[in-house]
Design a binder for this molecule. Structure first.
Ligand code: FEO
Ligand code: CA
Ligand code: CA
Ligand code: CA
Length: 665
């Protein structure tokens, strides 16, 4: 989601990520920066007085010196020019073909998309709204035939439904939109447009197509039956009016980023779940502090008017059943998705994983709110590459850790485990289930480091590093600056690189560096740290999702660049991480006006790059040629169809090189 979005919905949800929701003093270590300098005698002098020095370890400086001679970029494509218009742009020599649009049928019997007469039933058989995470599970090891898995994060009603928007003036006299309250049919269409898609795709003669009669094709919605699994399953705090077992849940919501496990399942992170709940908790509810910490309720949607489970006054425990990583076995379209509670309950972004040296599997997890934490989960069991079934419950048993980034450049992974440290009955936890339901409070007590909105976290199996996207945090004050979040009013975000101890992803400690501080490097006050080889097109703000390709190259997509914020749209940038070219960034693809760039996924053969264009046409006020609010009847773009009767449609695109071959060179 985009926290600069002009629409009420996204801004409402993101407002909830403010500092008021993390009440602790953890790790706001401004005063400790000085300590870091003084411990590093050889950093004294001119470097020590620069803010950048606080974020670059001596080791990295020496390595950078060694590498200076070898400054070759891993990317040689011709960069796209930044700009803003109605359509997408990809680097010269590449095709970006629309593969799946909101409303496209994904089954042989799916009804044609008819935006004026949409029904919950038709939407449930069509590609959902606001594609975010995109993953690929090969069939027979192929990079030309497999299952595409896609999250549908949320819905933008003003772009989806005709006749529901009124344009009014705000206090300053500027036009803004108001959206009519929903009726049940609209709510049920919204619920069917959420969730995920699993769909078979195939590349024929160099072009990708959807296999509509694929036997594994599936839509998952906000009503699909799911199972709570792991330590929280069956606990009293997840028993509801409709489900006395505390195990059966309907639907997943606000699924942002995700991952594909080494055993070929689709994992999907429930993020801003607070916006779907309404009503007041009963006076005597024990969940008041828990819900406040998670911003529940926010009432951005009208679902609670028609479905009692989203009304806290009627079903006070339902919200404890959302905010998890959901695992979906794509090999069986009737399998019941499992909410893997062992991975914690918070505003989950992604769930990228990697197999550690000893065979345990490590999942990196971000909690995308201002001042929230970075986590990882390490399975107890080991991955068995020869027996898929043996891996299917690995995610129910393991250790969740939260990150503490210290001023000396070390990161310590603190176990989020009942009975250890402060996670005891004295602090109100009676079991691991309690710890997981209130993961954020557990992180507070452990003294984890409050970060600038942790989004995707990408482990890199080629160089052993891990990249943490930190979107931004304009609410960080001067006295809240710390070594790993070094900028107050951090408008443009940054990227932290972790090297786990001995290259072991399951290690409980490692080292950290700042790879990039984002924003316009030509404005000194911004404090950006792109390399000097980075052009005016190459810098970006608000890193959100990332992809690490088979060569270990890093690609970053953004959420929140706009005419007003950075004079550019969101897009996909290629970022060098190695040698003298480290910190050089180049624009490969950019989105149409109003959109956010999601999904980025390089297929294993590096000949296809999938990208998800999310909420295109959501905004246009700050784009001069349009200059007013965008909504169904008056859209800033009708991408990708550009037909008068077709609304703008979030879509997944397949990027290939003309004539084929490896992407980016
Ligand atoms: Fe849905 Fe954190 O972006
Ligand atoms: Ca985001
Ligand atoms: Ca998003
Ligand atoms: Ca995101």
């Amino acid at each position: 989601m985009n926290d600069q979005s002009p629409t009420f919905r996204t801004s409402q949800l993101e407002e909830n990520t403010g500092p008021g929701h993390n009440p602790t003093d953890n790790a706001t270590m401004g005063e400790l920066i000085a300590a870091r300098f003084s411990r590093r005698g050889f950093l004294k002098g001119s470097l020590a007085v620069s803010a950048i020095a606080a974020t670059v370890s001596p080791m990295a400086l020496m390595m950078a010196d060694d590498a200076r001679a070898e400054s070759k970029s891993a990317f040689t494509f011709e960069e796209v020019e930044v700009g803003i218009d109605e359509t997408h742009h990809v680097a010269a020599g590449y095709d970006a073909d629309v593969l799946l649009r909101w409303g496209d049928g994904i089954f042989a019997d799916s009804p044609e998309f008819d935006p004026l007469n949409q029904t919950p039933e038709s939407q449930a058989k069509q590609f959902g709204y606001n594609n975010d995470y995109v993953g690929y599970i090969p069939i027979d090891g192929s990079s030309e035939h497999g299952l595409l898995v896609v999250n549908h994060e949320y819905t933008n009603e003003h772009l989806m439904f005709p006749g529901i928007v009124k344009v009014v003036k705000d206090d300053k006299g500027d036009a803004k939109i108001e959206i009519a309250p929903a009726d049940q049919k609209r709510v049920d269409i919204e619920m069917a447009a959420h969730g995920g898609t699993v769909v078979e795709i195939k590349k024929t003669d160099g072009k990708w197509q959807v296999v509509k009669d694929g036997k594994l094709n599936r839509r998952i919605t906000a009503n699909t039956e799911m199972q709570l699994s792991g330590p929280v399953a069956g606990h009293d705090r997840v028993k509801t009016v409709a489900d006395a077992s505390g195990k059966k849940v309907l639907g997943m919501i606000n699924n942002c980023s995700g991952g594909v496990t080494p055993w070929g399942t689709y994992v999907s992170g429930e993020e801003n779940i607070h916006g779907y709940f309404t009503g007041k908790l009963p006076e005597d509810s024990k969940e008041a502090a828990n819900y406040k910490r998670n911003g529940i309720p926010e009432t951005a949607y009208d679902w609670g008017k028609f479905h009692d489970r989203f009304d806290l006054s009627k079903d006070p425990n339902e919200a404890n059943r959302f905010g998890y990583v959901v695992e979906i076995d794509v090999n069986d379209p009737n399998s019941i998705p499992k909410k893997r509670t062992a991975l914690g309950r918070f505003k989950h972004e992604g769930a990228d994983s990697i197999v550690a040296k000893d065979g345990r599997v490590v999942f990196y997890l971000g909690d995308d709110s201002r001042f929230e934490y970075v986590y990882k989960f390490v399975t107890t069991g080991k991955f068995n590459p020869d027996d898929r079934a043996a891996n299917m419950d690995l995610l129910d048993d393991g250790t969740l850790y939260v990150a503490k980034f210290d001023v000396d450049g070390s990161v310590n992974w603190l176990p989020v485990v009942f009975g250890q440290g402060p996670l005891t009955e004295a602090n109100g936890f009676a079991s691991q289930a309690d710890v997981l339901i209130e993961t954020r409070r557990a992180g507070d007590l452990l003294g984890a480091t409050k970060m600038d909105r942790p989004e995707d976290i990408g482990p890199n199996g080629v160089n052993g590093k891990v990249y943490v996207m930190l979107t931004n945090n304009t609410k960080r004050k001067d006295d809240q600056v710390d070594a790993v979040n070094p900028r107050a009013k951090n408008a443009f975000g940054h990227i932290v690189e972790i090297a786990e101890e001995d290259g072991n992803f399951a290690a409980t400690k490692g080292k950290w560096e700042i790879l990039l501080k984002c924003g316009d490097p030509s404005v000194a006050d911004v404090g950006a740290s792109f390399s000097t080889d980075t052009t005016k097109n190459g810098w970006f703000g608000m890193p959100d999702n990332c992809a690490v390709d088979a060569d270990g190259r890093l690609w970053i997509s953004t959420d929140g660049n706009s005419p007003k914020e950075t004079g550019r749209t969101d897009g996909l940038w290629a970022v060098d991480t190695e040698g003298g070219a480290r910190g050089t960034s180049k624009l490969f693809f950019r989105v149409p006006v109003g959109a956010e760039m999601c999904g980025p996924l390089m297929l294993p053969d590096m000949a296809t790059f999938m990208v998800a264009v999310q909420h295109p046409g959501d905004g246009g006020d700050d784009w001069k040629p349009f200059g007013r609010p965008s909504y169904y009847e008056d859209l800033s773009t009708r991408w990708p169809d550009f037909k008068d009767h077709m609304p703008v449609r979030p879509s997944v695109l397949a990027i290939t090189k003309k004539g084929g071959g490896k992407i980016g060179v």
